[in-house]
Design a protein around this ligand. Structure first.
Ligand SMILES: [Zn+2]
Ligand SMILES: [Zn+2]
Length: 214
Protein backbone atom coordinates (compact mmCIF):
# COMPACT_ATOMS: atom_id res chain seq x y z
CA UNK A 1 0.00 0.00 0.00
CA UNK A 2 1.38 3.36 -1.00
CA UNK A 3 1.63 6.03 1.65
CA UNK A 4 0.41 9.52 0.67
CA UNK A 5 3.45 11.27 2.18
CA UNK A 6 5.82 9.02 0.25
CA UNK A 7 3.90 9.74 -2.96
CA UNK A 8 3.99 13.49 -2.37
CA UNK A 9 7.73 13.36 -1.73
CA UNK A 10 8.21 11.56 -5.04
CA UNK A 11 5.98 13.97 -6.94
CA UNK A 12 7.49 17.12 -5.42
CA UNK A 13 11.02 15.90 -6.13
CA UNK A 14 10.18 16.21 -9.84
CA UNK A 15 9.05 19.82 -9.33
CA UNK A 16 11.15 21.05 -6.39
CA UNK A 17 7.87 22.19 -4.81
CA UNK A 18 4.70 20.63 -3.49
CA UNK A 19 1.43 22.25 -4.50
CA UNK A 20 -2.30 21.53 -4.05
CA UNK A 21 -2.61 20.13 -7.58
CA UNK A 22 -0.02 17.44 -6.90
CA UNK A 23 -1.96 16.48 -3.77
CA UNK A 24 -5.17 16.24 -5.82
CA UNK A 25 -3.42 14.11 -8.44
CA UNK A 26 -2.06 11.78 -5.75
CA UNK A 27 -5.46 11.44 -4.05
CA UNK A 28 -7.21 10.78 -7.37
CA UNK A 29 -4.52 8.24 -8.31
CA UNK A 30 -4.94 6.31 -5.07
CA UNK A 31 -8.75 6.49 -5.21
CA UNK A 32 -8.95 5.49 -8.88
CA UNK A 33 -6.88 2.35 -8.38
CA UNK A 34 -8.77 1.52 -5.18
CA UNK A 35 -12.09 1.82 -7.03
CA UNK A 36 -10.84 -0.82 -9.46
CA UNK A 37 -9.38 -2.97 -6.68
CA UNK A 38 -5.86 -2.64 -8.09
CA UNK A 39 -2.80 -2.35 -5.84
CA UNK A 40 -0.30 0.46 -6.24
CA UNK A 41 2.23 1.32 -7.43
CA UNK A 42 1.95 -0.66 -10.66
CA UNK A 43 5.04 -2.13 -12.24
CA UNK A 44 2.99 -3.83 -14.96
CA UNK A 45 0.62 -2.46 -17.61
CA UNK A 46 -2.62 -3.57 -15.93
CA UNK A 47 -3.68 0.00 -15.12
CA UNK A 48 -4.18 2.57 -17.88
CA UNK A 49 -4.81 6.18 -16.86
CA UNK A 50 -6.18 9.09 -18.88
CA UNK A 51 -5.52 12.44 -17.20
CA UNK A 52 -7.45 15.43 -18.44
CA UNK A 53 -4.70 18.00 -17.97
CA UNK A 54 -0.91 18.09 -17.87
CA UNK A 55 1.42 19.59 -15.24
CA UNK A 56 1.46 19.17 -11.47
CA UNK A 57 -1.85 17.29 -11.25
CA UNK A 58 -0.57 14.60 -13.59
CA UNK A 59 2.69 14.34 -11.62
CA UNK A 60 0.62 13.47 -8.56
CA UNK A 61 -1.28 10.81 -10.51
CA UNK A 62 1.99 9.40 -11.88
CA UNK A 63 3.68 9.34 -8.47
CA UNK A 64 0.70 7.51 -6.93
CA UNK A 65 0.11 4.94 -9.66
CA UNK A 66 3.50 4.30 -11.25
CA UNK A 67 1.78 4.86 -14.61
CA UNK A 68 3.56 7.14 -17.06
CA UNK A 69 3.68 8.32 -20.63
CA UNK A 70 7.05 6.60 -21.03
CA UNK A 71 5.52 3.25 -20.02
CA UNK A 72 2.50 3.87 -22.27
CA UNK A 73 0.26 3.47 -19.23
CA UNK A 74 -0.71 7.15 -18.95
CA UNK A 75 -2.23 9.34 -21.62
CA UNK A 76 -2.99 13.06 -21.45
CA UNK A 77 -6.31 14.06 -23.01
CA UNK A 78 -6.05 17.79 -22.56
CA UNK A 79 -9.53 18.96 -21.59
CA UNK A 80 -8.01 21.40 -19.09
CA UNK A 81 -9.75 19.55 -16.25
CA UNK A 82 -8.35 18.09 -13.06
CA UNK A 83 -9.97 14.72 -13.63
CA UNK A 84 -8.76 11.28 -14.67
CA UNK A 85 -10.11 7.96 -15.87
CA UNK A 86 -8.65 4.70 -14.60
CA UNK A 87 -8.96 1.56 -16.67
CA UNK A 88 -8.32 -2.02 -15.62
CA UNK A 89 -6.80 -3.26 -18.88
CA UNK A 90 -7.64 -6.89 -18.04
CA UNK A 91 -11.38 -6.41 -17.46
CA UNK A 92 -11.85 -3.08 -19.32
CA UNK A 93 -13.63 -1.76 -16.23
CA UNK A 94 -13.23 2.03 -16.08
CA UNK A 95 -13.96 4.81 -13.61
CA UNK A 96 -13.67 8.56 -14.11
CA UNK A 97 -12.77 10.62 -11.07
CA UNK A 98 -13.35 14.35 -10.83
CA UNK A 99 -13.14 16.92 -8.07
CA UNK A 100 -16.24 18.08 -6.28
CA UNK A 101 -16.96 21.72 -7.10
CA UNK A 102 -16.67 23.20 -3.62
CA UNK A 103 -13.43 21.61 -2.43
CA UNK A 104 -11.54 24.92 -2.20
CA UNK A 105 -13.94 26.14 0.45
CA UNK A 106 -14.20 22.77 2.18
CA UNK A 107 -10.40 22.43 2.42
CA UNK A 108 -10.23 25.38 4.83
CA UNK A 109 -12.36 23.49 7.38
CA UNK A 110 -9.84 20.63 7.29
CA UNK A 111 -6.85 22.90 7.92
CA UNK A 112 -8.17 25.60 10.28
CA UNK A 113 -4.63 26.35 11.49
CA UNK A 114 -3.63 27.56 8.00
CA UNK A 115 -4.56 31.19 7.37
CA UNK A 116 -3.57 31.40 3.73
CA UNK A 117 -5.92 29.72 1.24
CA UNK A 118 -3.04 28.10 -0.64
CA UNK A 119 -1.73 26.31 2.45
CA UNK A 120 -5.22 25.44 3.64
CA UNK A 121 -5.76 23.70 0.30
CA UNK A 122 -2.34 22.05 0.38
CA UNK A 123 -3.02 20.54 3.82
CA UNK A 124 -6.82 20.25 3.60
CA UNK A 125 -6.72 18.21 0.38
CA UNK A 126 -4.49 15.69 2.17
CA UNK A 127 -6.93 15.32 5.06
CA UNK A 128 -10.34 15.43 3.38
CA UNK A 129 -12.21 12.13 3.11
CA UNK A 130 -12.66 10.91 -0.47
CA UNK A 131 -16.45 11.31 -0.07
CA UNK A 132 -15.98 15.08 0.32
CA UNK A 133 -13.25 15.45 -2.26
CA UNK A 134 -14.12 13.36 -5.32
CA UNK A 135 -16.88 12.16 -7.57
CA UNK A 136 -16.40 8.64 -8.89
CA UNK A 137 -18.31 7.70 -12.03
CA UNK A 138 -18.17 4.31 -13.79
CA UNK A 139 -17.60 4.87 -17.52
CA UNK A 140 -17.11 2.84 -20.68
CA UNK A 141 -14.27 3.64 -23.09
CA UNK A 142 -15.37 4.66 -26.58
CA UNK A 143 -12.40 2.77 -28.03
CA UNK A 144 -11.47 -0.77 -26.93
CA UNK A 145 -8.29 -1.00 -24.85
CA UNK A 146 -6.70 -3.32 -27.43
CA UNK A 147 -7.07 -0.58 -30.03
CA UNK A 148 -5.70 2.12 -27.70
CA UNK A 149 -2.67 0.04 -26.73
CA UNK A 150 -2.24 -1.38 -30.26
CA UNK A 151 0.57 -3.78 -31.19
CA UNK A 152 4.33 -3.36 -31.40
CA UNK A 153 5.91 -3.29 -34.84
CA UNK A 154 2.82 -2.26 -36.81
CA UNK A 155 3.54 0.61 -39.17
CA UNK A 156 2.17 2.14 -42.37
CA UNK A 157 3.00 5.23 -44.37
CA UNK A 158 0.39 7.93 -44.91
CA UNK A 159 -0.94 7.88 -48.49
CA UNK A 160 -0.94 11.70 -48.54
CA UNK A 161 2.13 13.03 -46.67
CA UNK A 162 4.16 9.82 -46.73
CA UNK A 163 5.11 10.03 -43.05
CA UNK A 164 5.25 6.82 -41.04
CA UNK A 165 2.45 6.03 -38.59
CA UNK A 166 2.86 3.59 -35.69
CA UNK A 167 0.39 2.11 -33.18
CA UNK A 168 -2.39 1.87 -35.82
CA UNK A 169 -3.19 5.57 -35.52
CA UNK A 170 -3.97 5.81 -39.26
CA UNK A 171 -7.52 6.41 -40.53
CA UNK A 172 -9.23 5.02 -43.62
CA UNK A 173 -10.46 7.77 -45.95
CA UNK A 174 -11.77 7.10 -49.47
CA UNK A 175 -10.04 3.74 -49.49
CA UNK A 176 -6.68 5.19 -48.46
CA UNK A 177 -4.81 4.84 -45.17
CA UNK A 178 -3.86 8.35 -44.08
CA UNK A 179 -2.52 10.00 -40.95
CA UNK A 180 -4.70 12.00 -38.57
CA UNK A 181 -2.85 15.19 -39.50
CA UNK A 182 -3.92 14.79 -43.12
CA UNK A 183 -7.44 13.75 -42.11
CA UNK A 184 -8.37 16.64 -39.85
CA UNK A 185 -7.29 20.11 -38.71
CA UNK A 186 -3.93 19.85 -36.95
CA UNK A 187 -2.30 21.62 -34.04
CA UNK A 188 0.30 23.11 -36.43
CA UNK A 189 0.39 24.85 -39.80
CA UNK A 190 3.42 24.21 -42.01
CA UNK A 191 5.56 27.30 -42.62
CA UNK A 192 7.55 27.79 -45.79
CA UNK A 193 10.68 25.64 -45.67
CA UNK A 194 13.67 27.91 -46.22
CA UNK A 195 16.15 25.13 -46.90
CA UNK A 196 15.05 21.78 -48.20
CA UNK A 197 16.74 18.94 -46.36
CA UNK A 198 18.93 17.30 -48.97
CA UNK A 199 21.50 14.55 -48.59
CA UNK A 200 24.19 16.93 -47.44
CA UNK A 201 22.02 19.44 -45.66
CA UNK A 202 22.45 19.13 -41.91
CA UNK A 203 20.54 22.16 -40.72
CA UNK A 204 18.04 24.71 -41.78
CA UNK A 205 17.05 28.05 -40.39
CA UNK A 206 13.71 28.57 -38.72
CA UNK A 207 11.80 31.63 -39.94
CA UNK A 208 11.83 33.00 -36.38
CA UNK A 209 15.64 33.18 -36.54
CA UNK A 210 15.71 35.31 -39.66
CA UNK A 211 12.44 37.18 -39.81
CA UNK A 212 10.92 39.63 -37.41
CA UNK A 213 7.72 38.40 -35.77
CA UNK A 214 4.66 39.33 -37.79
ZN1 LIG B 1 2.67 22.73 -8.79
ZN1 LIG C 1 -0.34 12.35 -43.64
Amino acid sequence: MSDLQEILERSSSWHKHLCPRQVLGARIGLAGAAALGLELPRKDKRLLVFTETDGCFTSGVEAATGCSVRHRTLRVVDYGKTGATFVDVKTETAVRLTLQLDIRQKACAYAPEERKHYYAQLIGYQRMPISELLTIQPVRLSTPVSQIVSRAGVRVNCAICGEEIINEREVLRNGQLICQACAAPTYYEPEELLFALGETAVSFTLPSMTAKPR
